[in-house]
Design a binder for this molecule. Structure first.
Ligand code: PLP
Length: 382
């Protein structure tokens, strides 16, 4: 079946809920059994709250369908999904390869908790070629961490080539697919073993719940599931319900985010105050051809480098925006603007653009109004 049909139907069982279209919010810790032997043998659709409910299962099944995964594990946040995926393979003396463009808190985890447990993390250039990655893989390398487009800087990786190189060496790959959002990109179709989602963003889609999901192939599902059980990873009932609800409109929202985002990005590209628009769907993006080869579209998140005389003027530009909110996260229906400083984060590569980097999330407003808001903002830079 086509993807839009599957987004509507995967994981739904109305007959189980007296015909209700959506699964109810199962608020569960204890599950009671009629027979002690059923409990002893873990026979039943629900065993205990932490192990999942029909509400969480509906989300996991639908996302597995979209990502082409054998199993998906719901976690309390996107970062919790990342830590669960990493801890499923981490070992003392182990070596972890992470893209230099990875979401910044990933580095905190690698350089903090994982380093304390005896894991060495090596960061690599997101533009690395397969041969280069092969050379970095050691006998003790336990995982390669990919993210494309990169957080803040939007580099596109040659994911199929990198995943194949790691697989040839017997090393699993994990991919942060928050930007591709299970719709515009499906990592497992490109040879990746694990797709990790900050479902907080587009899957929830309304800026009102935290959710992380680890989508595993057959080879990795057992390691991830056991790690989640041992860590006590679980997702809240209300959060699972809101993710389920958001998921059903994921593709329509994303298509509109794409249209609006490209309209705003193209307009920005024509402005004299703008040094560079970093949007993979624009022909000017250095990796546009790779994006076009592997992705089915672009979400509403991209970067803009502006030429600004001073930080004060930048602050005036952003603070005065009326339709773009200022705040962490993205993927909701509303537009957001944030400043970003990749030069302070990167270690394997350098960020050398001159000017200030602004990260925009283009929401579902009419792009004409968003452009008018940005036009007034750019005027404040003068
Ligand atoms: C937001 C984000 C995360 C973390 O998600 P949370 O739900 O906030 O923990 C992970 N990866 C990327 C790319 C993100 O943008």
């Amino acid at each position: 079946m086509e993807r839009d049909t599957r987004i509507t139907h995967a994981g739904r069982r109305p007959r189980d809920y007296k015909g209700a279209v959506n699964p109810p919010v199962y608020r569960v810790s204890t599950v009671t059994f009629e027979h002690i032997e059923d409990f002893e043998n873990r026979r039943g659709e629900m065993i205990y709250g932490r192990f999942g409910t029909p509400t969480t299962r509906a989300v996991a099944e639908a996302v597995s369908d979209l990502e082409g995964a054998a199993e998906s594990v719901l976690c309390s946040s996107g970062l919790n999904a990342i830590s669960t995926a990493m801890l499923a393979f981490a070992k003392p003396g182990g070596h972890l390869l992470v893209s230099d463009s990875a979401y910044w808190p990933v580095r905190k985890l690698c350089d903090g908790l994982l380093a304390r447990l005896g894991v060495e993390t090596e960061y690599f250039d997101p533009h690395i070629e397969a041969d280069g990655l092969t050379r970095l893989i050691r006998p003790e390398t336990f995982l390669v961490w990919l993210e494309s487009p990169g957080s803040l800087t939007f580099e596109i990786m040659d994911t199929p080539a990198l995943a194949a190189a790691a697989r040839a060496k017997g090393v699993p790959t994990a991919f942060d697919n928050t930007w591709g959002a299970s719709h515009f990109f499906r990592p497992l179709e490109h040879g990746v073993d694990i797709s990790v989602l900050a479902a907080t963003k587009y899957h929830v889609g309304h800026s009102d719940a935290m959710m992380g999901i680890v989508c595993c192939n057959e080879a990795t599902r057992e390691a991830v599931r056991q790690t989640a059980i041992q860590l006590g990873v679980t997702a809240g009932a209300e959060e699972a319900y809101l993710t389920h609800r958001g998921l059903r409109t994921l593709s329509v929202r994303l298509e509109r985010h794409q249209k609006n985002g490209i309209a705003v990005a193209r307009w920005l590209e024509g402005r004299p105050e703008v040094a560079r628009v970093i949007h993979p769907a624009l022909e000017s993006h250095p990796d546009h051809a790779l994006w076009k080869r592997d992705f089915d579209g672009a979400c509403g998140l991209f970067g803009v480098v502006v030429k600004v005389a001073s930080k004060e003027k930048l602050v005036a530009m952003i603070d005065g925006l009326e339709l773009f909110g200022v705040g962490a996260s993205w993927g909701g229906y509303e537009s957001l603007a944030l400043t970003a400083y990749p030069e302070k984060i990167r270690t394997a590569t350098r960020w050398e653009d001159e000017g200030f980097l602004i990260r925009l999330h283009v929401g579902l407003e009419d792009p004409k109004d968003l452009i008018a808001d940005l036009e007034a903002g750019l005027a404040r830079l003068a």
